[in-house]
Design a protein around this ligand. Structure first.
Ligand code: SF4
Ligand code: SF4
Length: 165
């Protein structure tokens, strides 16, 4: 897995032009059954990819923290939300709360998340490949294929599956 993660940015770059073209077409004419197609592709991929062998999202990008996330996680630590913000978060250029440091402070050496049950919503949904109306997040997906081996594989399978529709 380490070797694949290392090679992923280059592999994604090589597919970049093809992927942009594919998603541009998909946005114009999304198949009626896209939500079902994505659910099946997502489930098939995560039957063979174990996030505990990877954790590249937690090491390299980290999530946005919503107010609900902050309140829930601060409560878990019996901290005031502001104290949690001061200790772990910063505001980015879009005025979103993000991690001060990467890898994420809650990631263990064994790739387990120490706040798994209360983790940010964005973490639980990443890489968003089973999201409804998947064609609407194509810009995000174009970035995620360089970070997430599962997202990369899902997009490759998706291109094959939808090629002749
Ligand atoms: S979601 Fe993707 S990047 Fe994150 S741990 Fe799983 S396979 Fe790796
Ligand atoms: S909160 Fe947990 S799942 Fe989210 S980035 Fe940190 S370690 Fe990963």
């Amino acid at each position: 897995m380490d070797k694949l993660i290392q090679q992923l940015p280059r592999m994604a770059q090589e597919k970049s032009k093809e992927n942009k073209k594919f998603f541009a077409k998909l946005r114009k004419r999304p198949p009626k059954d896209l939500d079902y197609v994505m659910r099946d592709l997502h489930e098939a991929e995560f039957r063979q990819t174990n996030c505990l062998d990877c954790a590249n999202c937690c090491k390299t990008t980290g999530p946005l923290f919503t107010n609900n996330d902050i309140e829930r996680i601060a409560k878990h630590f019996r901290m005031k939300p502001q104290k949690f913000i001061d200790q772990y978060l910063r505001m980015d250029e879009d005025n979103d709360y993000v991690l001060q440091e990467l890898p994420c402070a809650f990631l263990g050496a064994d790739n387990y998340c120490s706040i798994y049950d209360v983790r940010p919503k964005a973490c639980s949904e990443f890489p968003h490949t089973d999201r409804k109306k998947f064609h609407q997040i194509s810009q995000l997906t174009l970035k995620n294929v360089a970070i997430c081996p599962a997202a990369y594989n899902i997009v490759e399978e998706m291109k094959k599956l939808l090629a002749n529709r």
